[in-house]
Design a protein around this ligand. Structure first.
Ligand code: F6R
Ligand code: MG
Ligand code: MG
Length: 382
């Protein structure tokens, strides 16, 4: 029987350098030390410490399956150790994503973001780990759709017999905590009505119908829903398997040639282009952004992570970066107006209740109408 291997990508912001713009090298060093010990102790097969903006991304392989207590505890301990360093250096927001006082079995619901998948390693197993900052889990909806459902992006959907049957998409409703699976291409239009609203519906995982196997997994933690107050945006991670019945590496990178608009820029309350960048450029600055995405490629070799290849370092993504900057120029000129600033119900924090309170008594009724009812009806909620 072929051996199973688990890839776990667990991330947290435990302190920014400077502000929310980057991770201090000493935090990366500390994370590396902790994971090296875990590798020596046999908990991990291998690891790589990545980063994007103010987030530390622990990329780990092991043989313990998803949701493993030891691996989650190790991640929690690593983030705690990094927090200590962050406190010593007085980095910004030290420990910000560690919402609980102590570990209780699984880091899900405790602040960190988690994407995991267990696979039987193929003869050759190319995977890409994507990490984004200043955005939210729904940011993966557009690229996942392009990779696994759009023949204009992925030629293999048309001409690779192993892809032609299509893929199943598991979508999570982050508000009502429920999930639904769509079989594509047959249910493309049903899928799109949901994932076109990435603030609420997120693609959690994708499965190949032909191979009956997992193809992609993403993190769907929404910190602000968990904490009930502003604690930063839920900068997401994602794992995609490539080649031989999954998208070719180039098909899995192609959606990012178009810097689509995502939520999460400045104060988690603005929309901006997701700019693909090299690891070394994963340091948002302008207006705390624009939002960024890094793609690290690995070949698995009995769980060893051979790599990374820093895919967006390629000059072929210069055009996407240029376009992202142009879009940023345009959106910034809108200042506090929608759609640059997010809609009222999507902002991470707002002064609206305070302003409303101050103006209490100054609002005069205009005329009775059924606006609210009409709005609900239009949204299909009435
Ligand atoms: C967005 C982000 C930053 C902060 C902003 C204000 O996800 O991390 O844009 O929201 O720098 O930060 P605070 O409220 O900590 O001063
Ligand atoms: Mg931060
Ligand atoms: Mg961040």
């Amino acid at each position: 029987m072929a051996e199973k291997i688990t890839i776990s990508v667990i991330k947290a912001d435990v302190g920014g350098y400077v502000g929310h713009s980057a991770v201090h090298p000493r935090l990366l060093e500390k994370a590396g030390e902790e994971l090296a010990k875990a590798k020596a102790d046999g908990i991990l097969v291998d690891y790589h410490v990545g980063y994007v903006g103010d987030d530390v991304d622990l990329i780990m392989t092991h043989r313990r399956g998803v949701d493993d207590k030891d691996v989650h505890q190790l991640s929690w301990r690593t983030f705690e150790a990094c927090t200590e360093v962050a406190r010593e250096l007085k980095l910004y927001g030290a420990g910000q994503d560690l919402l609980a006082d102590s570990f209780s079995g699984n880091v899900k619901g405790m602040g960190p973001g988690v994407a995991e998948m267990e696979v039987v390693e193929r003869t050759s197993e190319p995977v890409i780990v994507y990490m984004a900052d200043k955005t939210e889990p729904g940011a993966w909806n557009y690229p996942l759709y392009r990779m696994f459902a759009d023949p204009f992006n992925t030629a293999g959907l048309v001409i690779d017999p192993k892809m032609h049957a299509g893929f199943n998409f598991e979508v999570h409703d982050l508000i009502h905590h429920r999930r639904v699976t769509f079989s594509c291409p047959e249910e493309l239009y049903d899928l799109l009505i949901f994932i076109g609203a990435p603030g609420r519906f997120c693609i959690k995982s994708v499965y190949s119908k032909e191979l009956n196997d997992i193809a992609a997994a993403s993190s769907t933690q929404k910190l602000n829903f968990m904490a009930g107050r502003y604690v930063g945006k839920d900068d997401p991670v994602m794992i995609v398997r490539c080649q031989s019945g999954f998208p070719a590496v180039g098909e899995a990178l192609e959606p990012f040639a178009m810097p689509h608009l995502v939520s999460g820029w400045m104060r988690g309350s603005h929309s901006g282009p997701l700019m693909p960048v090299a690891q070394g450029d994963a340091t948002p600055s302008r207006f705390d952004g624009p939002p960024r995405v890094v793609a690290l490629g690995f070949q698995l070799a009995n769980g060893r992570l051979i790599g990374p290849r820093d895919f967006f370092a390629d000059v072929a993504f210069d055009g996407a970066r240029r376009q992202a900057i142009e879009l940023a120029d345009y959106l910034r000129r809108l200042g506090p107006f929608e759609p640059h600033r997010l809609h009222l119900d999507e902002m991470e924090y707002t002064t609206l209740p305070d302003v409303m309170k101050k103006l209490q008594g100054r609002f005069q009724p205009v005329e009775e109408d059924a606006v609210e009812e009409e709005l609900e009806k239009r949204q299909g909620l009435g």
